[in-house]
Design a protein around this ligand. Structure first.
Ligand SMILES: *Cc1c(COP(=O)(O)O)cnc(C)c1O
Length: 375
């Protein structure tokens, strides 16, 4: 077998951008150029002053527009990314007990957080095999936790609460890889939270949460109890700071700038519906190719559960690691599968900033490499 890293792709099989990773993911080059142009008066300036706060304000307004934010909902933000938000939710959003749909690495991690929290009852955890998603048990938990898109396995599920959603039964949704790429009706959700290094084509280190009035009331109620909360993870402190267009402690200003730039780009290109259209077109290309391929198959069996933003593709008769190595040698990066899944698989991001035409070229590049490896 030829050395995968020695395979050279012809020019017409080289995408215009080689970044297909599921997070951090492709950052739009023109946004980086605008950041460079703005840098002398923006980077290295105070986040308590208007120059940065206006960016935070535009992020809040832009997300409100993008999501048709229902009456009374608010945009919260803070530092530490989604992982920090899980800790914050365990301290300040879950009252007594949570129920979790656990169907991959990320949903399992949040369930582990609440299992370890000494002030909470053991969570109810409903699991299903990788490549599928479970259904609500509908326990008497006060908080129901799911992911809109399980990035580790490439499974998406509808945002639907169990029966009897109310102020005492909140639905909180990890939308880290879904937000910006999959449409959602926020009236059905109490907290839709994410980080901007995936579909929003920005950098990591920030979390954002779109919160219903019931979620805000919950945050305020828990903060008034004697439960100890670390200030950096306090959702009440995050709420108060977000209302002032700032974060509790210093944020990464580049992250904010790139996020705001992408939100404006999304709004100018059809909003959330336009983005969902883009990712659906990309998903058609990638799954259509895999369905028709002799050596590639979509990992997720049910077409309705196949993610339109992160495709997981199984391979037979060829090592996915060799494919990834050959692609990487040609500047096409981060399509390796989620390691812990342990499958002969590639994972390909199809976030809005990733061009459908580049994904089409990628599928042909893979076909070319498979043929070259079999020589
Ligand atoms: C990437 C990801 C996370 C982790 O996000 P961080 O910002 O790195 O903490 C959590 N949940 C999902 C669904 C993800 O895709």
């Amino acid at each position: 077998m030829p050395d995968p890293a020695a395979i050279q792709l012809p020019d017409d099989l080289r995408p215009s951008d080689g970044r297909f990773g599921s997070g951090p993911s492709k950052v739009r080059t023109d946004a980086v150029q605008r950041l460079a142009a703005a840098a002398p008066t923006y980077l290295g300036t105070s986040h308590r002053r208007e120059g940065v706060r206006v960016v935070v304000r535009r992020i809040k307004q832009g997300l409100a527009d993008l999501y048709s934010l229902p009456d009374g909902y608010e945009v919260l933000l803070g530092n530490g990314g989604t992982t920090a938000f899980w800790d914050a939710a365990a301290f300040g959003l879950i009252e007594r007990q949570s129920e979790h749909l656990s169907f991959g690495e990320f949903t399992a991690k949040f369930a582990a957080v609440t299992r370890g929290a000494p002030h909470l009852e053991d969570p109810i955890i409903v699991e299903s095999p990788p490549g599928t998603h479970p259904a609500w048990k509908g326990s008497d938990a006060d908080t129901f936790a799911m992911a809109h898109n399980e990035t580790s396995t490439g499974v998406t599920m509808p945002v639907e609460a169990p029966d009897g959603r109310s102020a005492d039964r909140l639905l909180i949704v990890d939308a880290t890889s879904a937000a910006g790429g999959i449409a959602v009706d926020l009236t059905q959700v109490d907290t839709y939270y994410f980080a901007p290094q995936k579909a929003f084509a920005s950098e990591g280190g920030l979390w954002l949460a779109l919160c219903s009035p019931a979620a805000i009331a919950r945050i305020e109620r828990i903060a008034a109890t004697d439960r100890w909360q670390p200030p950096s993870l306090s959702l009440l402190i995050a709420l108060e700071n977000s209302r002032l267009d700032q974060t509790y402690n210093t944020p990464a200003l580049a992250t904010l700038f790139l996020l705001e730039d992408t939100i404006q780009w999304m709004l100018a290109n059809g909003g959330l519906a336009g983005m969902a259209k883009r990712t659906a077109a990309s998903a058609n290309v990638v799954y259509g190719w895999a369905d028709a391929s002799a050596f590639a198959t979509p990992f997720v069996q049910k077409p309705s559960e196949r993610s339109p933003v992160t495709a997981t593709i199984d391979f037979e008769g060829v090592e996915a690691d060799d494919l990834a190595a050959a692609l990487r040698a040609n500047g096409i990066v981060d399509v390796e599968s989620y390691r812990k899944l342990g499958r002969n698989q590639l994972r390909i991001a199809m976030f809005p900033a990733i061009e459908t035409s580049d994904l089409e070229i990628l599928t042909r590049a893979i076909d070319h490499i498979v043929a070259a490896l079999q020589k």
